[in-house]
Design a protein around this ligand. Structure first.
Ligand SMILES: [Zn+2]
Ligand SMILES: [Zn+2]
Length: 180
């Protein structure tokens, strides 16, 4: 059964054939698969993910050249506010036919059956490695107060007067003295 459809990241190569030099172009928007991201930021499952790819038939396999665009939702590493942004990545990958012997068998290469090409694994790597490990809502986000958790962006002068207990006692005495 073929997994290929206009709503997936699997591209049907029936029309391409194995004739070196032939080429197909695919442009589609699919629903993002689950877990496309890291803990702090990622592409929401089911959101639009746009793919444009040109697949060229070569002697030993195919060359896929394209770009991917998706929306990101995450959390600021400093103030925990929601962040939304986009990811745009381009790629060029060579996939070898499964039955194609290689000169160097130890070489790590991408393999595929020939009838269809599943781009999800390479797109997943491409997007996940492009994500910031500590995304911020803005470069100068001041984050949260380490004492009480208040958002410092809302209150730039926020601070706590941390008073030593002994001084506090002294201040109490001063406060009780009658004014002259
Ligand atoms: Zn922030
Ligand atoms: Zn505080």
């Amino acid at each position: 059964m073929s997994l290929s459809s206009a709503s997936s990241l699997v591209v049907d190569l029936i029309d391409l054939g194995r004739k070196a030099g032939s080429m197909i172009e695919v442009e589609r928007t699919v629903q993002a698969p689950e877990d496309l991201g890291i803990a702090v930021i990622g592409v929401p499952q089911g959101s639009d993910l746009s793919l444009t790819v040109r697949i060229e038939s070569l002697e030993q396999g195919v060359l896929a050249t394209g770009s991917v665009h998706a929306h990101l939702v995450g959390e600021c590493a400093r103030c925990l506010d929601e962040i939304t942004s986009d990811v745009d990545q381009t790629f060029q990958e060579l996939f070898f036919y499964e039955d194609q012997p290689l000169e160097d068998e130890d070489e790590e290469v991408l393999r595929f059956g020939g009838d269809e090409l599943d781009l999800e694994p390479i797109l997943r790597d491409l997007i996940v490695t492009a994500l910031p490990l500590a995304p911020v809502c803005r470069d100068d986000c001041p984050g949260l107060c380490s004492e009480c958790g208040a958002r410092l962006a809302d209150d730039p002068t926020h601070k706590h007067d941390i008073i030593d207990a002994r001084w506090a006692a002294l201040l109490d005495v001063q406060a009780q003295e009658p004014e002259l």
